[in-house]
Design a protein around this ligand. Structure first.
Ligand code: NAD
Ligand code: TDX
Length: 338
């Protein structure tokens, strides 16, 4: 049985990945290593946390001693990051510490232990921005990050690349477009708009609302990451996309329809500084080399996601109120004597 160290497994994509891999692959177990920042929520793993193949360890990827204290692991899937662009514009400090120093600390740990595959989960934002007629980002597109978040992720990609070239480490990198789906923190566009619409609050649309993102359902991204973990070629980068480019305003209008609210909730607000205009992904490589396909259309996936936020209203209300932050103490604190 392979033991996978999943960093950032209490976040949006990491928790979906743990659910996916434990359900889809019989002979793996998972150590979820997560610092539980504001974005980490163990309630995302409710139900999975009783699986005997699952273990949670609270720790920081930039903390060498915390990593060293881990028991045996075979492979790493690295999701842990500061992930929100607007926060990086306010203060880039945590982004450098976690995304850059943390990734190097994790690489050093993997090298000391001579671990197997190290999958680095990156983003299409490292490629910068596109004009309306530009061809989509391929793996050959030059890195040109525009936000402190994207720059910190690009730095981590280069450190991962260097670990392969210098030390021969068995690394693989994925660069995915915008994810949506269950358990996404309601600071990102889609869950923020759904929650605000449900509460009858204003929906803040940056700039002219015509910025374009390529949306992929989080389950499709998780399947792609695990395909790369199992079958990807060592040292390679794989783009992952949803082939669903949409202008932000189109997404917001559809959320209003799905929640039964009107356009009067839309507020055009001051634009994000340095706001990337368009992301689009050329995903020919992962499709032709590894046979990847997406299973969710954006229309059906968005409708299902709105339905999830309606059914799981208690989940995001606890996030918004801050109540979710007590979960660790209740579940683990007493047992650990913390
Ligand atoms: P998220 O913000 O929801 O979760 C991040 C998780 O990492 C949290 O559980 C947090 O507690 C943990 N974490 C943060 N700093 C840590 C540290 N120093 N040590 C240990 N754990 C730490 O993020 P997400 O949206 O799930 O994104 C996961 C990964 O996927 C990130 O690397 C992100 O760059 C990448 N990505 C995200 C998207 C997207 O649309 N959300 C798209 C492409 C790539
Ligand atoms: O309130 C908002 N209003 C708005 O118009 C928010 C939060 C966002 N937006 C716009 C900005 C973007 O054009 O919506 C678009 C999507 O914004 P985010 O959800 O913040 O995502 P983005 O900046 O595109 O970055 C996301 O995709 C790539 C993730 O947050 C990253 O972690 C990932 O790497």
């Amino acid at each position: 049985m392979k033991r996978i160290l999943v960093t950032g497994g209490a976040g949006f994509i990491g928790s979906n990945y743990i659910r996916h891999v434990l359900a889809a692959v019989a002979d793996v177990s998972v150590v979820n290593f997560d610092a539980l920042t504001y974005a980490g929520n163990l309630e995302n793993l409710a139900g999975v946390d009783t699986d005997p193949r699952y273990q949670f360890v609270r720790g920081d990827i930039a903390d060498k001693a915390a990593l060293e204290a881990l028991g045996p692991v075979d492979e790493i899937v690295h999701f842990a990051a500061e992930s929100h662009v607007d926060r990086s514009i306010e203060d880039a400090g945590a982004f450098l510490r976690t995304n850059v120093t943390g990734t190097q600390t994790l690489l050093d740990f993997a090298r000391r232990r001579s671990l197997g595959r190290f999958v680095h989960v990156s983003t299409d934002e490292v490629y910068g921005t596109l004009g309306p007629e530009d061809p989509a980002f391929s793996e050959e597109t030059c890195i040109a990050p525009n936000s402190p978040y994207a720059a910190s992720k690009a730095a981590s990609d280069l450190l991962v690349r260097a670990a392969h070239h210098t030390h021969g480490m068995p690394v693989l990198t994925t660069r995915c477009s915008n994810n949506y789906g269950p358990f996404q923190f309601p600071e990102k566009l889609i869950p923020l708009m759904i929650a605000n619409a449900m509460e009858g609050k204003a929906l803040p649309v940056y700039g002219d609302g015509m910025n374009v993102r390529d949306w992929i359902h989080v389950e499709d991204h998780c399947r792609a990451v695990d395909l790369v973990r199992q079958k990807g070629r060592i040292g390679e980068v794989y783009n992952v996309g949803g082939r669903s480019e949409r202008a932000n305003i189109t997404v917001v209008e559809r959320i209003l329809e799905l929640t039964g609210r009107g356009r009067e909730l839309i507020r055009y607000v001051k634009d994000r500084p340095g706001h990337d205009r368009r992301y689009a992904i050329n995903d020919a490589k992962i499709r032709s080399e590894l046979g990847f396909t997406t299973l969710h259309s954006f229309e059906a996936g968005l409708a299902a996601t709105v339905q999830w936020y309606m059914t799981e209203r208690a989940w995001w209300e606890r996030v918004r109120s801050g109540a979710y932050r007590g979960y660790y103490e209740r579940m683990y604190g007493a047992r650990l004597g913390e």
